[in-house]
Write a protein that binds this ligand. Structure first.
Ligand code: NAD
Ligand code: S2G
Length: 336
C-alpha cells in the first residue's frame, strides 16, 4: 500500500545548507524513495525571491517522491500539521563572533518557533535543530513547546560524528563505512568530546578496536579530538562561510536514522538528558550515543568511561549548563 505523504518543513530554506539539503529530501535519500513528501520551505521575506528560485529548481529536478513544494514566509502556514521540522534558519556565526553573540541573536527565533510548533504542528512532530548554538536553541524550542514530548526534540551532532569517523578511517587506512561506534558527547561546539574508545574498525575483514587500528593513543587523546572540535571553525576560516554540503549530508543521516531506524548501529544525537547513566545533568540537550527504532531514540547506557573521558564529558556539560543559564536570563530580560 502506498505510504501517506510526510509533511516536512525546512527553515532557512534560502540558505546554503538548505540548498544541498532540500534536494536530498526531495530525491528520497532521507525518508526513502517510496515515501511521498510534501516539502515546505520557510525563510524571511527578504529571501522570498531566492526561495522561489529554489522551488523552480526542485520542480525541474522532477523527483518522483516530491508530492508538493511550498515556499512561504509565514511561520504559521509553514508549521501547520507538520510531521518533521528541520530548524536550520538562524543567524550563522561570522568571523569574529563569539558563541554568546550568536546565542543572543538566535534565542528569540527558537522561542517563537517552539511556541508556534506547540500550537499548530502535529503532536507527533519530530524537531531537529541545526541553527547554532544548536543544543541550546533546541532546549529553548523544547521549553516553549510543552505539549510536544521532549523525546521529539534533538539537535545535530551527526556532522561531528561523521567528521570523527572520517578522521579515524583515514588514520586506520580504511574507508569510512568500515568504522562504527564513534561517539560525540555533549555540545556541538569546541568543547564536544569525540570519543573513539568504543569504536570498531573492520580492517581486512576482521573487526578490531579503533584504538588498535589507529595504533596511536597519543593522537586519539590529542590531535584527533582537537581536529574534530575545531573542524567547523576551520571550514569557516577557509570558505568564509560555515560548512553546508557536509551539514546537509549529516542532517539527512540524522533524520534517516531517527525516523527509519539505525538498525542497531550507534549514532550520536543531541537529545534530552533524562535518566542517563553518565552523570550528565538532567534536562540539558546533550549529545549521546543512541540507537533508534520505530522513531524513538534510546541512549546507549553502561559504556565504560575512563577518567580521561569523564573529565571531558563534564567540561562540555558545564558549557551547556552555562549556555542554558545565559539563554534563560536573556529571554527573561527580553520579556521584562
Ligand atoms: N549543528 C551543525 O552541525 C551545524 C553545521 C553547520 C551549520 N550550522 C548552523 O546552521 C545555520 C544555518 O547555516 P547556513 O550556512 O545555511 O546559513 P545561511 O545564512 O546560508 O542561511 C540561513 C538562512 O536562514 C534564514 N533565516 C534566518 N532567520 C530565520 C527565521 N527566523 N526563520 C526562517 N529563516 C530564517 C536566513 O534568511 C537565511 O536564508 C547556522 O546557524 C549555522 O551556524 C549548524
Ligand atoms: O560556527 C562554527 O564555528 C561552526 C559552524 C558549524 O556548526 C560547523 O560545525 O561547521
Amino acid at each position: 500500500m502506498a505510504k501517506s505523504p510526510m509533511r516536512v518543513v525546512v527553515t532557512g530554506a534560502a540558505g546554503q545548507i538548505s540548498y544541498s539539503l532540500l534536494a536530498l529530501i526531495a530525491r528520497g535519500d532521507v525518508f526513502g524513495r517510496d515515501q511521498p513528501v510534501d516539502l515546505v520551505m520557510l525563510d524571511l521575506p527578504f529571501a522570498k525571491d531566492a526561495m522561489e528560485g529554489v522551488v523552480m529548481e526542485l520542480t525541474d529536478c522532477a523527483f518522483p517522491s516530491l508530492k508538493s513544494v511550498t515556499a512561504t514566509c509565514d511561520q504559521t502556514e509553514a508549521f501547520t500539521d507538520i510531521d518533521v521540522a528541520v530548524l536550520v534558519g538562524a543567524f550563522p556565526r561570522k568571523p569574529g563572533m563569539e558563541r554568546n553573540d550568536m546565542l543572543a541573536k538566535n534565542a528569540e527565533i527558537f522561542k517563537a518557533q517552539g511556541a508556534l510548533l506547540n500550537t499548530v504542528a502535529k503532536k507527533t512532530v519530530k524537531v531537529l535543530v541545526v541553527g547554532n548554538p544548536a543544543n541550546t536553541n533546541c532546549l529553548i524550542a523544547q521549553k516553549y513547546a510543552p505539549t510536544i514530548p521532549k523525546q521529539n526534540f534533538s539537535a545535530l551532532t551527526r556532522l561531528d560524528q561523521n567528521r570523527a569517523t572520517a578522521q579515524i578511517a583515514a588514520k586506520a587506512g580504511v574507508t569510512s563505512d568500515k568504522v562504527t561506534g564513534i561517539t560525540i558527547w555533549g555540545n556541538h561546539s569546541a568543547t564536544q568530546y569525540p570519543d573513539a574508545w568504543h569504536g570498531k574498525v573492520n580492517k581486512d575483514g576482521a573487526e578490531v578496536a579503533a584504538s588498535a587500528a589507529c595504533n596511536d593513543n597519543a593522537w586519539l587523546k590529542s590531535d584527533f579530538i582537537t581536529t574534530v572540535q575545531k573542524r567547523g571553525a576551520a571550514v569557516l576560516a577557509a570558505r568564509k562561510l560555515s560548512s553546508a554540503m557536509s551539514a546537509a549530508k549529516a542532517i539527512g543521516d540524522h533524520l534517516h536514522d531517527w525516523i527509519c531506524g539505525s538498525e542497531g548501529r550507534w549514532v550520536s544525537m543531541a537529545v534530552t538528558s533524562d535518566g542517563n547513566k553518565y552523570g550528565v545533568p538532567e534536562g540539558l540537550i546533550y549529545s549521546f550515543p543512541v540507537t533508534c527504532q520505530d522513531g524513538t531514540w534510546t541512549v546507549v547506557n553502561g559504556l565504560e568511561i575512563s577518567e580521561f573521558s569523564r573529565e571531558k564529558l563534564t567540561v562540555t556539560a558545564d558549557e551547556l549548563s552555562g549556555e542554558a543559564k545565559y539563554a534563560a536570563e536573556f529571554l527573561e530580560k527580553a520579556s521584562a
